[in-house]
Each structure stands twice: as C-alpha cells, then as structure tokens.
Ligand binder design. Structure first.
Ligand SMILES: *Cc1c(COP(=O)(O)O)cnc(C)c1O
Length: 365
C-alpha cells in the first residue's frame, strides 16, 4: 500500500459541499476584493489565536515583511532569526533592507537556542524572529525577556504552527505580532496562497491594513509606498469554512504522531523531541537518521512519500552568500539539515498507513 506524503482530499472531501457553497456565494455576490468574508475571517482567526487583531495578506512572507516594515525596520538594521527555516523567514528580513542575523538552534526541538541570542545582539538589532518550526513553539518566555531587556520587537514566524500552544497559550499570542501562512499544505490552508498577521497592537494592525493595500488610508489617499498584498476574498471564504475544523485536524495529526512515536521507539531513528512547554501540532513529522539515503531508499521502494525540510540551511544558500557565512557557522543547524527526514503527516492519515510506514522502515512489523 502506497502512502502519500500529504493527501488534502481527506480534509476536504467531508466538507466539500460547504466549501463549494462558500466559494459560490462569493461569485454570486461579485465581491472579490476584501469585504465581508475577509473581515469575518480576520475576526474569527484573531479569536482563534487569542489576540485582538488579524490582517489578511496574500502570503505569509508578506505578513512577515510588512510587519517588519511597519516597525520601521530597514537598511542598516539587524533581525535575529534561525538558519534552519523555510527561506521566506530570512527573505522577509532581507526584503526590508535589514540583515538577517542567524543564531544556532537547540538540537532536540530544532528551534532557536535562546541561550545564544544575547551574544548576537548589536546596537543595530531591532527585532527577534523566532520560528515555531514543524509546529512546535520556540521557547518564547526567555525570548520575550531578552527582547524587553534590550528594547527589541518580537515577530513569531507561526507559518507552521496554527493552533499550537506554549504553556497553554496559542502561538500567535506570544510575541508582539505573529505571521501565519495559508499555503495549501499548512495546518490551515487556502486553495492557493494566503497569509495573516495577528497582534494585540491596534496601531500595528491599522498600519498593516494600509501596507497590504497600496499604502491607502482611505480610497485614493496613499500614506505609504506599498504594493497590493491583500488576502483574496475567495481564499477568505475557504479559510472561514475550514477554520472550525482546524482543532480536529490538528488532533488527527497528533494522533498519527503518537503512533509513529510508539512504533519507532526502539528504532535508531530519532523521533521528535517535545519540549515540556509545548503542544505540538505536527505540521511536519520529522525524524533524524544517520544514514538518510538508506532510509529514503526504503521509503521509495515501498511507495511512501517523504520530504526534506530543509536540506540546506539558509546561510549556505547561494542567495545568501553575501552574508559570508561558510560551513561550520551554525553546526547544530547544519548537522540537523544533513540528517532530518519528514514522514507522511496530514489529517486523516490512518493507523494502518502509519504502520505501513514503520514496516517499510523495518520497525513495528
Ligand atoms: C510557509 C512558510 C513561510 C512562508 O509562507 P508563504 O505563505 O509561502 O509566503 C514562512 N515561514 C515558514 C516557516 C513557512 O513554513
């Protein structure tokens, strides 16, 4: 039995009629830009994240970048982040003109090592951008303490952590602001691209609304130089329909993860470490293996999907060569990138399929 890496139909099929109706209603209304669906989704998503404001954007990358811009971050500034994220985390910093400054990660959770952050702070540092990688929150309390002490802003990259909790609090409510992506395969995904910034800061939310919409305060009055980075109304209608199911989908991911944990317990593969502060939502189920090529070949032979998230750390990407950071700069992140492998993970992944994956890896037969 083949097992796909992701199968979104398992989430969509049971609510397909609702999704079609929601999209049909937008088409019937001929109201495709902003409007009620976007506003309602923003209100519902803010409430879900336990914050006051959400501002929909065209992508998660835009939410990250526009927030940094709203804080006045740009040329000559530095923003601290982790080197083992999706490229967009660093790109959002770089696009403002500021420089991404990387700090190595904790080997267990793959999130930023809070004990190394203060060493990276300079007079140019303006913000910290921790990533809740794979669906597990970074250790936010010490990050907020460091930020308070040094007068820095904190922007959570929550693009993989919809619904995750840190000491009982939702990701998105922990920093001064947080960015989410609704790329289709994320824990909450649109039928195309989408994103949002969430925050308790009303002034920031107002600025974000202008920055996503041509810098416009009221129609045809433009306060800022800005592009169009709006969340599509059709995507908002899809997201509004899907949001009430997010907790049940995350529970399904957690159930599959618990099965993997159990079946792979005695294998040489290292299963995900869960911090005691974390409620993980398993955007990805990432194991660590010494002989990754051999493991990948076993999975290929059995028709099982897998992925690498991410094979090359950002500081070693050609696009970031100008930072002048060679191999050895962040040894923990580099060795993780060389050994990680993502197994199939999505809502509706069955116990039999998890068993099949473990069997292909020659465990849990
Ligand atoms: C997906 C993702 C992004 C970017 O989101 P887009 O909506 O694709 O722009 C940023 N950071 C992380 C960690 C992501 O996983």
């Amino acid at each position: 039995m083949a097992v796909p890496f992701v199968d979104m139909n398992r989430s969509h099929d049971p609510i397909r009629a609702e999704l079609d109706a929601a999209m049909g209603a937008v088409i019937d209304r001929n109201a495709f830009i902003l409007g009620d669906d976007v506003e309602q989704f923003e209100a519902d998503f803010a409430a879900y994240c336990e914050v006051e404001h959400a501002v929909g954007t065209d992508t998660g990358t835009s939410a990250l970048e526009l927030c940094l811009r709203a804080w006045g971050i740009g040329e000559g500034d530095e923003v601290i982040t982790a080197p083992n994220s999706f490229i967009a985390t660093a790109s959002a910093i770089a696009f403002t003109g500021a420089q991404p400054v990387f700090v190595d990660i904790e080997p267990g959770t793959y999130t930023i090592d809070v004990n190394q952050i203060e060493d990276a702070i300079t007079p140019r540092t303006k913000a910290i951008l921790p990533v809740h990688l794979y669906g597990q929150p970074a250790d936010m309390d010490p990050i907020m303490e460091i930020a308070d002490k040094h007068g820095l802003k904190v922007l959570e990259d929550a693009c993989q952590a919809h619904g995750a909790r840190y000491k009982g609090r939702r990701c998105g409510s922990l920093g001064h602001a947080a960015a989410f992506s609704f790329y289709p395969a994320k824990n909450l995904g649109a039928f195309g691209d989408g994103g949002a910034l969430v925050t308790n800061d009303g002034e920031l939310a107002e600025q974000m609304r202008m920055l996503r919409n041509y810098g416009q305060e009221v129609k045809y009055h433009h306060l800022y130089l800005a592009y169009n980075r709006r969340l599509d109304t059709l995507q908002a209608a899809v997201l509004l329909t899907k949001l009430p199911h997010l907790d049940e989908w995350n529970a399904s991911r957690r159930e599959a993860a618990a099965r993997y944990d159990q079946l792979l317990e005695d294998s040489p593969l290292v299963t995900p470490a869960i911090a005691d502060y974390a409620e993980h939502v398993y955007h990805l189920y990432v194991v660590r293996c010494g002989e990754r090529d051999v493991v990948a070949e076993c999975l290929d032979r059995a028709g099982i999907g897998w992925g690498l998230h991410y094979p090359i750390p950002i500081h070693l990407q050609p696009a970031y060569q100008h930072l002048g950071l060679g191999p050895g700069s962040f040894p923990v992140a580099e060795s993780a990138c060389a050994e990680i492998l993502s197994l199939p993970m999505f809502p509706g992944l069955t116990a039999e399929e998890v068993q099949e994956v473990a069997a292909a890896l020659e465990y849990g037969n």
